[in-house]
Design a protein around this ligand. Sequence first.
Ligand SMILES: C[S@@+](CC[C@H](N)C(=O)[O-])C[C@H]1O[C@@H](n2cnc3c(N)ncnc32)[C@H](O)[C@@H]1O
Length: 192
Amino acid sequence: MNYYALLLIVLILLAMYFLLGSFLWGAGYQPTPRSVLLRMMAMARIGPKDRVYDLGAGTGALVVRALDEGADSVVGIEIEPIRFWFLRWRQRRHPRGDHLELLREDFFKAELSDATVVLVFLWPGAMRRLDEKFRRELRPGTRVVSYWHPLEGWRALEEDPKKRVYLYEVPTSLRPASPGAASSAGPSGASP
Ligand SMILES: C[S@@+](CC[C@H](N)C(=O)[O-])C[C@H]1O[C@@H](n2cnc3c(N)ncnc32)[C@H](O)[C@@H]1O
């Protein structure tokens, strides 16, 4: 086998790992497209008092944009090691990189109670698990902006069906859902 063929195989394997490897941890990788990202930021209304979380920060499209929007602090949680290394690299290059906290861990185990904005681009199973976590941990007024998958049982404050972006706000009365009550006790409104 010549050198170029070997190089090609290594590159293909790396690309496959990059795209599919995080299924080992629970989800594949896909960056949020730019037009969607801008829509998410408009809905999130990030300001200088915000502490923004991106659950599954990938290669940093959302966390970098949240820094650019002037968030007081941004937390990117990513479990996959290569993407995490890339996030660190972007952090070092960003003029406001010291406002970015990077955690290489499982976001289901992270404490989210100090968030004012939570950004997610995940898969349906994760959204279902996060529903309970959000109900337990998020403070009233926290904005949750999700791309692609809505939070079942939550009433969106705003949504863009074309881009599949959904904005939710945690109300004062949010409590853990009782079994089967998700669709009638949803946040951002008394009923869906
Ligand atoms: C669809 S990508 C979204 C990337 C980024 N947020 C964006 O919008 O461009 C989902 C990311 O979540 C990460 N991920 C999946 N499960 C995770 C977990 N339990 N804890 C932390 N990160 C996770 C994956 O490795 C992947 O990078």
